[in-house]
Each structure stands twice: as structure tokens, then as C-alpha cells.
Design a binder for this molecule. Structure first.
Ligand SMILES: O=C[C@H](O)COP(=O)(O)O
Length: 252
């Protein structure tokens, strides 16, 4: 029986938060320092890029990592408004989210573009959190697993160290809606993702962390995080308040 990977709970602040919001990060650091994290889990916050450095300072030695929300595939150059993996690393980040459905929708990011970003992250010694997930109509038409398998195949670069990459399964229709798939549907999808990873990477596929994201809240975290092959969560709205995010961490 392969060992379960170390769980990860990552908070994605999206385009929310100015300097005052760092008080929540500090409050989270205090909660984690006081109560610890169950099952030796890892915790990360991915704020807007403007807050990365200040957040890193305020989190201090709490053990909470930081991450970016996107990176460019190139290391530097004439790409106005973009940010490179090296810049995130320089700001203290350990993770970077790539291929979030909001970026795929708002910026037309393809699997190929996501794969290049993930490769840039790995080359910079950052851990990419590669997001995949079906839309509501794809789920209703029974294509959910096929869509996610296609995204996985296209979005993960070859030759990556499997413990250095994270997958986040986020059904698009569950993001910010308060809706979640049934536990059976989450189990089915996470098992399908695991199978695909093992087909591609062999035994190493078992060490890839597969997070669930989409309306993960204090009230549903315990049951969702207990599902087989769910190695943690990617949390949006509920990561903005320290007490809610910590309640999810505590549900590990
Ligand atoms: O990256 C996080 C996800 O998009 C989930 O967002 P949510 O927890 O607000 O539904």
C-alpha cells in the first residue's frame, strides 16, 4: 500500500486583499503556532503578488508557506503585467498556482500554456499547483472524467519530480457557488486522477498530492478531506478569514 502524501491546505486569496488583510495572515500564523497542524500537514497562502513579500515577513517562522497565483512561462523579458517564477521565488514563495479555471476563462489559457508555466515553476524550484476541472455542462453530459484526464495529460510537463508537483481538482461549477460534488463523485474523480498519474509516472504517481477545491468550508471540510485520494484542499473564499481557514486546516 503506497504511503499517503503529506497533505496540503492552500488558500487562494485571488484578487482580494490589501495591506490590512495581512492581519488575517498573522492571526493564522498565531493559530498554527499555538495548535499545530494535524497529520503533519503543510499550509500555504497564495495572496495577490503585491502582498507576497510582506506576507512572508508577517508569517515569519510559523511554517506557513506562501505561493503565487500564476507565473509566466519565460524567465524574464518584455511581458508587461506578468510575473516570472523567479520573481515569486525571490519574494519567498514555495508554490505557484497554474491553470486555475479563472485564468483559463479570463485569459484563454490552454493546457499547453499551463504546461509551460508548470515547467517554468519546476525549473525555478517552485511547486506548481496545477488546476483541472470540468464545467457544469461537461459534468451533466457525462464527460467530466474524460475532460479532466485530457487536462492532466496536456497540463503536466514531462520529467517532473512527482513529489514536486500538486494537482488541484476544482469542478468549475463548485467554485464560489456553495455547491460541491457528492463525496462519491469526488472519490471517483480523485481515483481517476490517481490512476492517470500512475499510468504516466509509475509508482511516483502515488506521491503527487491531489487537492480538492470548490466551496470547501469549515462545515464540509472534514468529510471531503477524508475521501480517498484527497490529499488536501485549495480554498478560495474561506481562506480570507483566519478562523475559517484554520477550521479547515483542523479538519485534516
Ligand atoms: O482556488 C480556489 C478555488 O477556486 C475555490 O474557491 P472557493 O473556495 O471560493 O469556492
Amino acid at each position: 500500500m503506497p504511503l499517503r502524501p503529506i497533505p496540503l491546505i492552500a488558500g487562494n486569496w485571488k484578487m482580494n486583499g490589501v495591506t490590512a488583510a495581512l492581519a488575517e495572515a498573522e492571526a493564522l500564523a498565531t493559530l498554527v503556532a499555538t495548535h499545530g497542524v494535524a497529520r503533519g500537514g503543510e499550509v500555504a497562502l497564495c495572496p495577490p503578488a503585491t502582498l507576497l513579500m510582506a506576507m512572508r515577513e508577517r508569517l515569519g517562522r510559523s511554517g506557513i508557506a506562501t505561493g503565487g497565483q500564476d507565473c509566466h512561462a519565460r524567465a524574464s523579458g518584455a511581458h508587461t503585467g506578468d510575473i516570472s517564477a523567479a520573481m515569486l521565488k525571490d519574494a519567498g514563495a514555495r508554490f505557484v498556482i497554474v491553470g486555475h479555471s479563472e485564468r483559463r476563462a479570463d485569459h484563454g489559457e490552454t493546457d499547453e500554456a499551463v504546461r509551460e508555466k508548470a515547467a517554468a515553476a519546476v525549473a525555478t524550484d517552485l511547486i506548481p499547483i496545477v488546476c483541472v476541472g470540468e464545467t457544469e455542462s461537461q459534468r451533466l453530459s457525462g464527460e467530466a472524467v474524460r475532460v479532466v484526464e485530457r487536462q492532466l495529460d496536456g497540463s503536466i510537463p514531462d520529467g517532473v519530480p512527482t513529489e514536486g508537483i500538486v494537482i488541484a481538482y476544482e469542478p468549475v461549477w463548485a467554485i464560489g457557488t456553495g455547491l460541491t460534488p457528492t463525496l462519491a463523485d469526488i472519490a471517483e474523480m480523485h481515483e481517476a486522477i490517481r490512476r492517470r498519474l500512475v499510468e504516466r509516472f509509475g509508482e511516483g504517481g502515488h506521491s503527487v498530492r491531489i487537492l480538492y477545491g470548490g466551496s470547501l468550508k469549515p462545515g464540509n471540510a472534514r468529510e471531503i478531506l477524508a475521501v480517498d485520494n484527497v490529499d488536501g484542499g485549495l480554498v478560495g473564499g474561506a481562506s480570507l478569514l483566519a478562523k475559517d481557514f484554520f477550521a479547515i486546516i483542523s479538519a485534516l
